[in-house]
Design a protein around this ligand. Structure first.
Ligand code: SF4
Ligand code: F3S
Length: 104
């Protein structure tokens, strides 16, 4: 599976949702997640993210992100069409500690 990681927070570009063949993105207030059981591992969303927030679970230490994505995809609504990102999205791209600072 692929998962969304913390650099999505407050960037939320949503380019990813347009390309997913199985529509498995879910939307929280300031980030998206992927449902790990619905993702078919096609990989097309990964290069679409301007913030490079989407990663395959084959990268080291991704278990926590898989669980995070599962938990919130079961609580949040599905999103299938792109939205305008926050006006200050660029400012947050690459900032450290976003999960602790901003996740809501
Ligand atoms: Fe969707 Fe493919 Fe990305 Fe999985 S890897 S979330 S199926 S676009
Ligand atoms: Fe987030 Fe990147 Fe999608 S910033 S909303 S994972 S395009």
């Amino acid at each position: 599976t692929y998962v969304v990681t913390d650099n999505c927070i407050r960037c939320k570009y949503t380019d990813c949702v347009e390309v997913c063949p199985v529509d498995c993105f879910y939307e929280g207030e300031n980030m998206l997640v992927i449902h790990p059981d619905e993702c078919i591992d096609c990989g097309v969303c990964e290069p679409e993210c301007p913030a490079e927030a989407i990663k395959p679970d084959t990268e080291p230490e991704m278990e926590t992100w898989v669980e995070f994505n599962r938990k919130f995809s079961e609580a949040w609504p599905n999103i299938t069409t792109r939205r305008d990102p926050p006006e200050d999205a660029e400012k947050f791209d690459g900032e450290a500690g976003k999960l602790e600072k901003y996740f809501s």
